[in-house]
Design a protein around this ligand. Structure first.
Ligand SMILES: [Mn+2]
Length: 409
């Protein structure tokens, strides 16, 4: 089946999953991206679902890529909607043919018919933890959380973009056939560029595998034909710049939209058996600029409200981007940690130990925060700018899991 035919079939397949009772003899395979639903997750779930259709009999199984955010939240991700429009247009399909997590009632799907592939994550997110026994395959580039150990495929490799792993599958699958269709090559190329900062060696994100995939995919894109659809783009550099500027335009978003745009949540048990609910927002807006726009008090209120609304014991906010340091535009990262007012000291100890993690290199953000928190929130500068949530979450998880909470009587 060609990728274009796969896209054309999405509408009919979406109907099957929206009304699973209608066709109760088929198996359903959901290819689920992660709950932050960035470009990597969205592209990878579409392309991986396509590769699975090549090896699965279509008369018995419906394979459906699922975007793991509510449909309305796509509007917060202009880079993703641009690429999706572009991809779907090639098959005269539209966004309504795609399946978002709020289009389906997961729990109503008969469990004996359900198979799940996780892409761009390797453990179901906390709301979907019950899916674990149905996970048959994993393709991901995060630290292995050692879940779903019975899955038949557990391909977890620390490359820059999950789309690289999916692209390797596509490229090897299509080797004997003609060539990878240009629109599929573009779908895979785009997230690899975004995730590796356009292969910039200074960003230390691209691995040899990412670089090789970019080289191969870029020769498969039909730049002349594709350019009209993505704003006159003629090559890899321009494509990266265009997507990066779409992704980076966040100044107009409310504080709450900034916090929910790229968000993940987990449950982590500490050494004393207490389960911590933690969430990490990644915000592509440097803290200095955000403070200048909203002021500290408003940021504190927004983060505090966000923590309460999500029911978190600890809300982390990773801000990042370029701002002026001594007159020079410099890429930097900052970290906010919000604890509940009711924290009994255990949360504070976790933050203090997090502040000692070498991989983060946390320093007080400024004099206001020299002696701990301000307004219920700890403010840090993260000196290790190469550490993203892929490093921050494992560090936090380690600190929580290894704390024994012994001082709680
Ligand atoms: Mn990813």
């Amino acid at each position: 089946m060609s990728f274009i035919s796969f896209l054309r079939a999405l509408a009919a397949n979406s109907r099957v999953v929206r009304n699973p009772a209608a066709d109760k003899f088929r198996r359903l395979t959901l290819v689920l991206g992660n709950e932050s639903a960035d470009l990597d997750s969205i592209s990878s779930s579409l392309a991986l679902a396509y590769t699975l259709t090549q090896t699965t009999p279509s008369d018995t199984t419906t394979i459906i890529p699922v975007i793991n955010i509510p449909r309305a939240d796509l509007a917060l991700r202009p880079d993703c909607s641009a690429l999706l429009h572009h991809t779907l247009a090639a098959a005269a399909s539209t966004l309504s043919d795609l399946t978002f997590i709020d289009d389906i009632d997961l729990e109503s799907i008969a469990k004996e018919r359900l198979d799940v592939w996780l892409v761009d994550h390797n453990a179901p997110c906390s709301r979907q933890a019950w899916l674990e026994p149905f996970v048959r395959g994993i393709v991901d580039h995060h630290v292995d959380e050692a879940k779903c150990l019975d899955a038949e495929v557990r391909e977890i490799e620390a490359v820059g973009s999950c789309a690289t792993l999916v692209a390797q599958r596509v490229l090897s699958q299509e080797e004997e056939e003609e060539v990878v269709e240009p629109v599929l090559a573009m779908l895979l190329l785009a997230p690899i560029l975004v995730d590796t900062s356009g292969l910039d060696p200074k960003a230390q994100r691209a691995t040899a595998a990412d670089i090789e995939c970019v080289q191969r995919l870029s020769t498969l894109v039909n730049w002349e034909e594709e350019s009209g659809l993505l704003g006159g783009i003629s090559g890899v550099r321009e494509l990266y710049k265009h997507l990066d500027s779409l992704k980076g335009a966040v100044e107009h978003l409310s504080a709450e939209d900034l916090l929910r745009k790229d968000y993940k949540q987990w449950q982590v048990a500490d050494g004393g058996g207490r389960v911590w609910s933690v969430g990490i927002s990644s915000v592509g807006f440097p803290l200095k600029k955000w403070i200048k726009r909203d002021g500290r008090d408003a940021i504190e209120r927004a983060v505090g409200q966000w923590r309460e609304r999500q029911g978190l014991d600890m809300a982390l906010v990773m801000t990042h981007g370029k701002s002026k340091v001594e007159g020079v535009k410099t890429y930097g990262r900052q970290l906010l940690v919000a604890l509940g007012k009711e924290d009994d000291g255990a949360g504070r100890e976790i933050v203090e130990r997090l502040a000692e993690c070498e991989i983060l290199g946390l320093q007080p953000f400024d004099e206001d925060n020299r002696h701990g928190r301000r307004g219920g929130i700890y403010w840090f500068t993260q000196c290790r700018v190469e550490s993203s949530r892929k490093q921050v979450y494992p560090a936090l998880k380690y600190v929580i899991a290894s704390s024994n909470n012994a001082f709680i009587k």
